[in-house]
Design a protein around this ligand. Structure first.
Ligand SMILES: NC(=O)C1=CN([C@@H]2O[C@H](COP(=O)(O)OP(=O)(O)OC[C@H]3O[C@@H](n4cnc5c(N)ncnc54)[C@H](OP(=O)(O)O)[C@@H]3O)[C@@H](O)[C@H]2O)C=CC1
Ligand SMILES: Cc1cn([C@H]2C[C@H](O)[C@@H](COP(=O)(O)OP(=O)(O)O[C@H]3O[C@@H](C)C(=O)[C@@H](O)[C@H]3O)O2)c(=O)[nH]c1=O
Ligand SMILES: [Mg+2]
Length: 298
């Protein structure tokens, strides 16, 4: 049996970093970052795919600066909307499959309950729109795709909301955080481990009859950005980190009092039934993932 070759993009990102670890036992992983291949350059992507000739492409690379994307739409579009289609086209040519990532920000957040994969999408930001366009570009060129829509990613490696809160709580004795947007912080290592599980099944069983498609992947439970910030600060203090702000000094504010260039969904809660049923997986509570990351970084 020949060892499968897996092309991994975004190797320095939160999810890409964890994927280097999680995919390693499955085959020969060729991991690339911006310095190796600029995904805004379609010719560079085609050259890379021809050179590596992977059986599987895993694509966590993305333009993830949500507010910056509002004024840098061309760049966001190139990486988030165009590149997935180019990767998919080349993958299709090679008979390879693609695992790709998307976001809760494809929804407008106006729904009352949990979002399911078949709910209408309606992105409210350039980032969300370009991510949706990327899903569609990939879907248009190959049926052999798994698109994992996740939310509020947090990892030990790379930037995220939890690290921002730790930094702010170290500098100031009082924080103001949005309390009327709800979702589930999802750890990069959980995303990577679930991806490896899916990839293993895909490489073992082949494409015939494989349950390709769009899946929600988020940790169990839900919170607001405000309660999330309180949890991070409380846990950090519990571990012995000296901070100026305590959980009690994290004040809840409405999103309307925290103006940002990009509009964010009020409800980011994702129903993960389809993923759990299809792949026989259990998704742990978000606090487990966050706690583990805090233990790693503090
Ligand atoms: N972060 C989050 O909260 C969420 C993320 N997602 C999605 O999950 C996936 C993984 O996100 P996450 O790991 O947090 O993202 P990060 O921002 O941590 O990492 C993204 C990576 O993409 C790479 N990248 C950006 N532009 C280019 C480019 N032009 N060419 C090549 N590589 C590029 C960056 O490489 P370099 O550092 O070398 O520039 C970076 O390492 C993405 O698809 C994202 O949209 C979904 C929901 C929430
Ligand atoms: C820094 C800060 C942010 N906020 C608010 C702004 C916003 O409503 C919320 C989160 O802010 P951030 O900018 O960290 O989060 P944001 O970059 O919007 O996070 C998103 O990233 C993309 C990539 C995704 O796909 C999403 O799932 C989501 O994780 O917290 C405060 O209320 N107070 C603060 O001090
Ligand atoms: Mg951000």
């Amino acid at each position: 049996m020949t060892l499968p070759r897996i092309l991994l993009t975004g190797k320095n990102g939160q999810v890409g970093f964890e994927l280097q670890r999680a995919l390693a036992p499955l085959g020969e992983v060729v991991a690339v970052g911006t310095a190796d291949c600029d995904l805004a350059d379609a010719d560079a992507i085609r050259a890379l795919m021809q050179r590596v000739q992977p059986q599987l492409v895993v694509n966590p690379a993305a333009y993830t600066a949500v507010d910056k994307a509002e004024s840098d739409a061309d760049k966001a579009r190139a990486v988030n909307a165009v590149a997935p289609g180019v990767l998919g086209e080349e993958a299709s040519r090679l008979g390879a499959s693609v695992i790709h990532y998307s976001t809760d920000y494809v929804y407008d957040g106006s729904k009352d309950g949990l979002y399911t994969e078949s709910d209408p999408v309606s992105p409210q930001s350039v980032y969300g729109q370009t991510k949706l366009d990327g899903e569609r570009a990939l879907q248009a060129v190959t049926p052999r795709h798994v698109i994992l829509r996740t939310s509020w990613v947090v990892g030990a490696h790379g930037g995220n909301f939890a690290k921002t809160m730790l930094r702010l709580a170290g500098d100031r004795d009082e924080l103001k955080v949005v309390a009327d947007q709800f979702g589930a912080p999802t750890s990069a290592s959980l995303i990577a481990d679930v991806t490896a599980h899916i990839a293993r099944q895909m490489l073992r069983d082949g494409a015939d009859g494989f349950p390709f498609g769009v899946y929600h992947l988020a940790a169990a439970g839900e919170t607001s950005w405000h309660a999330y910030a309180q949890y991070v600060i409380g846990e950090a203090i519990g571990i012995g980190k000296a901070l100026k702000a305590t959980p009690e000094r994290v004040l809840p504010i409405p999103a309307s009092s925290y103006p940002t260039p990009a509009r964010r969904p009020q409800n980011s809660r994702l129903d993960t039934h389809k993923l759990r049923q299809t792949f026989g997986l259990h998704l742990p509570h978000w606090q487990e993932g966050v706690k583990h990351i805090l233990q790693q970084i503090l």
